[in-house]
Design a protein around this ligand. Structure first.
Ligand SMILES: *Cc1c(COP(=O)(O)O)cnc(C)c1O
Length: 431
């Protein structure tokens, strides 16, 4: 199985953290998001242990919560010693409501509104990651009005060579995120920030992309960022408390994804960080990383009921489910690969080639095309694996479908952490 929390039990059913998925579907209904708390905690512990080993605990992982945001996930990662990253007022609100101390919140985003910046300031957010000069000026003004000092970092585009690593989408110039290094834009922003009365620059930040399956780009990013740090120290005399090297660690969606253990990234990056600090005579800053997908992705699955099956000879076999792009838009958005299986026939051979179709009124509402599953019948339970990241968080009410419930499972026990929506929820804001 592509995830540690999954296995096939004696009944031949798919099991997640000791819970039979067919029973979960019966108890809670479908569609249903199921997340393994055990696996989430285990991944958090691996990252934390890596920080102990590679940096003597001088730094920490930050959970990038856009992958999956709800109160319970904030409580879980907080209890494992992680900080939290948010990218909107809504995520910030949820994290605060879940009891995350504002000093442990990092606020990202390429176009935070005045309202969001004000909310961050007034709640004492520990680290506002400034993306651009316009934002820097807004923040200085807002902080001055309140006679406060904003603690910030700067988002830098390290300009990792996109030709050798095509999967990385943050190109040198053509990216909407961050300040450019090559043109001097980043240096200029730091020079301006240094003169501002209500801005305290605490760190530098970069994030080079997502679902990255090799170490080299991360190591290269660390090198570029530390060289930049050395330049700032020499030219502006500034030093920083932390260096945030972002997230993007790849996971298994299918057996073909060659995801390497997170420990390998941590070690490779750490040795670059240590040798660069030595070379440039920099005091080692606290190191942060921001994993999102890799903390929750493989820990989650989605359960659906199979409805109509349309076999079009010589064309394809449509297997329709009671969910679709409203609970998982990733195939429609980026043709993302997924592993699908019939949960109540998980021990049978996957010798039926299916196109999994959603129930939305769009031909493109598919979860996967031409994928091998066990021969399905109407009423079966279909499981889609590795849906813990960017599924619930990207869900919509298209066609006025209801967002499914999310159940957390641990050691054979299950509990609701997000209730399924009701029709009343849908019209709550209608006038
Ligand atoms: C999305 C994002 C992350 C997390 O990326 P994953 O691929 O989910 O690990 C981290 N940092 C920033 C700034 C992001 O935008």
């Amino acid at each position: 199985m592509i995830s540690n929390c999954l296995k096939i039990n004696h009944a031949g059913h798919l099991e997640i953290s000791g819970c039979d998925t067919v029973e979960l579907a019966e108890q809670y209904g479908t569609p249903l998001y199921v997340m393994s708390e055990d696996q989430i905690r285990e991944t958090c512990r691996r990252y934390v242990a890596s920080f102990a080993k590679n940096y003597n605990g001088h730094g920490k992982p930050i959970y990038a919560s856009k992958a999956f945001s709800c109160k319970e996930i904030y409580r879980i990662v907080l209890s494992e010693g992680l900080d939290v990253e948010v990218v909107s007022g809504g995520e910030l609100y949820t994290a605060l409501q879940a009891g995350v101390p504002s000093s442990q919140i990092h606020f990202q985003g390429n176009n935070k509104s005045t309202g969001e910046l004000t909310m961050a300031l007034e709640n004492g957010v520990g680290d506002i990651v400034v993306d651009n000069l316009y934002e820097l000026e807004c923040l200085e003004k807002l902080a001055a009005q309140r006679n406060m000092t904003a603690s910030i970092s700067f988002r830098i585009k390290p300009g990792i060579d996109a030709h050798t690593h095509e999967f990385i989408r943050t190109g040198q110039i053509d990216s909407k995120f961050g300040l450019d290094l090559a043109s001097g834009e980043a240096l200029d922003a730091l020079r301006q920030a240094k003169e501002m009365q209500h801005i305290a620059v605490k760190g530098l930040h970069c994030h080079i992309g997502s679902q990255i399956l090799e170490c080299a780009p991360f190591v290269h990013a660390a090198e570029v960022m530390l060289d930049f740090y050395g330049k700032i120290r020499n030219e502006l005399g500034m030093t920083f408390e932390h260096l945030n090297l972002g997230g993007g660690f790849g996971i298994h969606y299918t057996e073909n994804d060659d995801a390497i253990p997170y420990e390998n990234y941590m070690e490779a990056v750490s040795s670059m960080v240590h040798s660069k600090c030595q070379e440039l005579n920099l005091e080692l800053p606290r190191i942060f990383i921001e994993p999102g997908r890799s903390i929750v992705g493989e820990a989650g699955i989605t359960l659906y009921s199979v409805g109509a099956i349309k076999e079009i000879p010589g064309v394809r076999n449509y297997v329709a489910i009671d969910g679709g792009m409203f609970d998982n838009p990733r195939y429609a958005l980026y043709q993302s690969a997924y592993t699908c299986l019939v949960a109540n026939k998980a021990d049978k051979p996957a010798d039926y080639i299916a196109t999994i179709a959603g129930k939305c009124c769009e031909s493109g509402d598919l979860i996967q095309e031409h994928t091998p599953i066990q021969k399905p019948e109407s009423g079966d339970i279909l499981a889609v694996l590795s849906t813990g990241a960017y599924n619930y968080s990207m869900a919509s009410n298209y066609n006025r479908n209801l967002k499914p419930a999310c159940v957390m499972v641990s050691n054979g026990n299950s509990r609701i952490v997000i209730k399924g929506e009701t029709y009343e929820d849908l019209i709550r804001n209608d006038v």
